[in-house]
Ligand binder design. Structure first.
Ligand code: 6PG
Length: 246
């Protein structure tokens, strides 16, 4: 695991540089193996990044027909719901770029039984990697996983103290967000899948997150309390932040 920290002066510069990084990774992956498998995060921070990817600077540099979009997690709501991660991405990015429908691998949060949605999403991931790579092994290897960090140290929908943190086999599972969150029922990639990725980006904005990010980076042993610290990817981890970590 190789960790890099990139600090920027504000969220606009943060988003622009993260978009450039993703475009560079897309170009490299498509040259290397013919496709780019990108896992997106939800929440509010990445919206500006998605808008940047849809902007003139980036849109024309990405081969959208060879790019496949997945999500790291989803709330158990319909795709047109205000709290849907897909809905935010569709507004900021998907509606503005020529990404073929078949390249959009949505977590179906509208399915009444969340575990059924998790099973379907895991099957879709398996189908994709079986069709695009020689062998999958125990876990798929996404080219790049974009993650956010919550104030409690969660990432995707992997929350402190939850059973899913010890999941060693499933690729996708259900989880419960804390009571204070708008939507508690969630579907999320598991830690082994994220850790099997070739690259991970943490995109974190706002001074309020400096302390939790410092703990995650400097004391990864505090795993159960800070699930983001359990992300110890096989490949490169790059932190994009708009505050001073050190
Ligand atoms: C979600 C996200 C979640 C998010 C963090 C940070 O579905 O909510 O996947 O993990 O990345 O909560 O959210 P903000 O960027 O809004 O602070």
């Amino acid at each position: 695991m190789n960790v890099t920290i990139k600090q920027f002066k504000d969220s606009e510069e943060l988003s622009r540089n993260a978009a450039e990084y993703i475009v560079d990774q897309a170009e490299k992956c498509i040259l290397d193996h013919g496709f780019f498998s990108l896992v997106l995060s939800g929440g509010s921070t990445p919206r500006r990044l998605y808008e940047q990817l849809a902007g003139d600077q980036c849109r024309r540099r990405i081969s959208w027909d060879k790019t496949h979009i997945f999500w790291g997690d989803e709330r158990c709501v319909p795709p047109d719901h205000f709290d849907s991660n897909y809905n935010m991405t569709a507004q900021a990015l998907l509606s503005k770029v020529p990404l073929p429908e078949r390249n959009i691998h949505r977590i179906k949060g509208e399915i009444a039984i969340p575990n059924e949605a998790a099973i379907q999403y895991e099957a879709e991931i398996g189908d994709f990697f079986r069709n695009h790579t020689a062998a999958i092994g125990d876990f798929p290897a996404f080219d790049l996983v974009l993650l956010g960090v919550g104030n409690d140290g969660h990432t995707a929908s992997l929350f402190p103290g939850s059973d899913i943190l010890t999941e060693k086999k499933r690729w996708v599972a259900t989880s419960q967000a804390p009571p204070e969150m708008a939507v508690r029922d969630r579907i999320t990639l598991t830690i082994p899948v994220i850790n099997h990725a070739s690259g991970v980006i943490f995109l974190v904005s706002g001074e309020s997150k400096r302390d939790v990010v410092q703990i995650i980076i400097e004391d990864p042993g505090r795993n159960e309390l800070y699930p983001s610290a359990m992300i110890r990817a096989d490949g490169e981890i790059v932190w994009f932040v708009d505050f001073d970590v050190y």
